[in-house]
Design a binder for this molecule. Sequence first.
Ligand code: PGA
Ligand code: ZN
Length: 425
Amino acid sequence: MAGETIEAVDAREILDGRLEPTLRVEVVTSGGSVGRADVPHGRSRGANEAVEVRDGGERYRGQGVSRAVRNVTEVIAPELSGLSVTRQRTVDERLVTLDGTDDRSNLGANALTGVSLATLQAGAASVGLPLYRYVGGVDASLLPIPFFDMIEGGELAESGLDFQEHQVVPIGTNSFESALRKSAEVYYELGDLLKDEWGASSLNVGDEGGYTPPMDDAHDALDAELRAIERLGYDDEFGLALDAAATHLYDLESETYQYGGEDLTWDELFDVYGELAETFPIVSIEDPLYEEDLSGFARLADRLDVQIVGDDLFATDPARVARAVDLGAANALLLKVNQVGTVSEAMDAMAAAVDAGYGVQVSERSGQTPDSWLAELTVGLGAGQIKTGVTRSERVEQYNRLLEIEAELGGAASYPAWSAVRGGR
Ligand code: PGA
Ligand code: ZN
């Protein structure tokens, strides 16, 4: 029996968890299957990311996406009509060709991402499978270790902390359900501790639903997280992690990092990481350096026995992953579909990382909606790690979907040992 073909592609402007415009794209097939996807939107973006199309002007302070919507409905939709909905790569290649630019700035990475993901959803619906099984086949059974950004700083909060995320990571439990439950308990305990020691305003949350205590030293954030974990007796079951988002600390002219009110050289910043990794049970550091410092990423991956994740470094671009892998830069890929624009290219970036023995962490953006394709994709890809913030419904819905998937899989579900999925193993 011939598969279903794409009949219609529609899009509309919706708002994300920050009340900022984004796209919701819908693909309908000849058999009446429907796939829908909301497009995420980052704030702490790297220079090598695919470019979104936004309207400019006064409406939504220039952030409107009506042009990107028209790119979907007027330019993309007629070109996809009649293509097999399960030929994801064909659809994605068509999108890339139609856009015609290297940075996707013509039709917009936001338009492409929405169509690519909605096609994936419609393909899954057309064969009657949940997305994780459509992507991962019968083998899709690995739940991810979640990275909880419990204390926020950098561009995502007004806490005063230089690093963007101070994460709590449940690396020692044996199911996703227990990982989530224990992490939630750490979050409550941490809230009590922060309120007592740093004041009630600490409980205000940032873009990813983590706390925003008035701290300016990563030691204080990691120390509070560690003590919350210890108070619960979970010392053996948790590690800590950072997203330094160091591109945003880097000053191109002076070639220094602005950290702790000082201008640090590479060596001085390296000492900061080395000392933090000695003091705390740190298992992973994302974007510890400026996005173009490949040799620095290689030296760090070599010298520190922690996972070194590349976010701005890779921008989920297969070519950047290949180049970095050759140099041994970092040892794990942060996978964000909208950094590159299509599901197939994100999968290519992942394949290049996995081939080199790198870890893969599938990631949210700081702007997203409760659409839970992220949870599905993470299990489908078997990445073994996910980052999607802490509280706020657009984050929690990912966790709720992962709970459902774990229950659906029953005895087939597995929760990874950290040593099996980490980069730098
Ligand atoms: P973004 O931040 O989604 O705003 O880019 C998250 C990150 O840097 O990992
Ligand atoms: Zn990051």
